[in-house]
Design a protein around this ligand. Structure first.
Ligand code: IPD
Ligand code: CA
Length: 267
């Protein structure tokens, strides 16, 4: 069994070091140009050579430091855990931004326990690094969420309405449904952002740069680190089934979280 309290801080430090190293590699590769490696679920869902190289670096570094841990990466699938800890990794979250030369992309690394099913995970530590902005967001269970050395706290709800963010999946068939949800959520919003990296969106909720975030159809590597950041910044995150069979993730301070959830539930 894992000593959660002792482990979380060490895992956070390791996640932070590797996220920085990985983000620096992604940024250097971007500076010399992007090479498309493949498309995945749809033609809009791309993977670059850099995604693969960055994930290899993260996997090798984790394997060297903690050989028994499991690994679930966006680009290279799952590896078994003999320690109870699994690393959930998105080497470049915001790959489309990356490919287009937009700065909002990040490396997301989380350490979780609880087996294979994200519904049963408990995240112990997480790091999200946005290399172009040189911003490193980290969290350890029970120890708070941080931007560098600054402790983070989610926003309280205000009468001005919530500054929200969302995202859209790569399958065009889902766009109509997502836009219908946006129309309803706008009734409580002061404005809406679509940044292009779920991990950054969640980090920004933790940092009070956004009041809330919702998106249908996220994968575990998109939200594992960011969800812990929000919770450790005093916010609430939930993920629930929807009529569309793509789970909805909602994050924010308690008030905004509850209001968004009430609107998007069962859509
Ligand atoms: C995507 C980003 C995007 C979100 C998509 C994700 P990727 O991840 O997080 O913001 O809207 O749902 O798939 O493909 O860039 O790693
Ligand atoms: Ca992602």
């Amino acid at each position: 069994m894992i000593d959660v309290t002792g482990a979380a801080q060490q895992l956070r430090e390791l996640a932070a070091d590797i996220a920085r190293e990985a983000g620096d590699l992604a940024r250097r590769r971007r500076a010399v140009g992007v090479s498309l490696a493949a498309t995945k679920s749809t033609v809009a869902d791309i993977v670059t050579e850099a995604d693969r190289e960055v994930e290899r670096l993260i996997r090798d570094r984790l394997n060297a430091e903690r050989p028994g841990d499991g690994f679930l990466g966006e680009e290279s699938g799952a590896g078994e855990s003999s320690t109870g800890v699994t690393w959930v990794v998105d080497p470049i979250d915001g790959t489309v931004n990356y490919a287009y030369g937009m700065p909002a992309y990040s490396v997301s690394i989380a350490a979780v326990t609880g087996g294979d099913d994200p519904a049963h995970w408990q995240a112990l530590a997480g790091a999200v690094y946005a290399p172009v902005f040189d911003e490193l967001f980290t969290a350890a269970r029970g120890e708070g969420a941080w931007l560098g050395a600054i402790r983070l706290a989610v926003n309280e709800e205000t009468p001005a309405g919530a500054l929200l963010a969302t995202g859209f999946g790569y399958d065009p068939a889902t766009h109509d449904g997502d836009l219908a949800t946006v129309r309803e959520v706008m009734t409580m919003a002061r404005d809406l952002r679509r940044g292009g990296s779920a991990a950054i969106d969640l980090s920004y909720v933790a940092a009070g740069r956004l009041d809330g975030y919702f998106e249908r159809g996220l994968q575990p590597w998109d939200f594992a680190a960011g969800a812990l950041l929000v919770q450790e910044a005093g916010g609430v995150v939930s993920r629930f089934e929807t009529a569309s069979a793509r789970p909805m993730l909602v994050a924010g301070g308690a008030g905004v979280h509850d209001r968004v959830s009430a609107i998007v539930n069962n859509k």
